[in-house]
Design a protein around this ligand. Structure first.
Ligand code: AMP
Length: 114
């Protein structure tokens, strides 16, 4: 069954898409935790970081290039931002389609709550 994010990639459910190409799609998180909260997802379904394969290397690198571009487009490249990927239960992964969170627009505080 298609993942929630696959449905967004293919336009089957609505999302505020800020960037899309043949490899990745970037859209606004529906429940933002920072003024800028974008999800960058592979168009291909990959459940978690555990499931990436050597043939995904180009696409995974491309996710960083897109993150840099979206950060620039949204004017947070100079103020700074955080890129975050959750993997499985202890990290709190909710959607099992690999995604990179791009967070910024305010001071983000320490990386982990103590
Ligand atoms: P994670 O906990 O890393 O799996 O993050 C999943 C993220 O997906 C959360 O920040 C959710 O707010 C976000 N999310 C869930 N459903 C949607 C949706 N339909 N459109 C945009 N973001 C979503």
């Amino acid at each position: 069954m298609a993942t929630l994010f696959s449905k967004i990639v293919h336009g089957e459910i609505p999302a505020d898409i800020v960037y899309q190409d043949e490899m990745v799609t970037a859209f606004k998180d529906i429940n933002p935790i920072a003024p800028v909260h974008i999800l960058i997802v592979p168009n291909k379904e990959i459940a978690t970081v555990n499931d990436v394969a050597p043939e995904d290397e180009q696409m995974l690198g491309h996710m960083f290039v897109v993150a840099r571009q979206v950060a620039r487009d949204l004017n947070i490249d100079q103020s700074g931002y955080r890129l975050l990927i959750n993997c499985r239960g202890d990290a709190g992964q909710e959607v099992f389609h690999l995604h990179m969170h791009l967070l910024g627009g305010r001071k983000l505080g320490p990386m982990l709550a103590k």
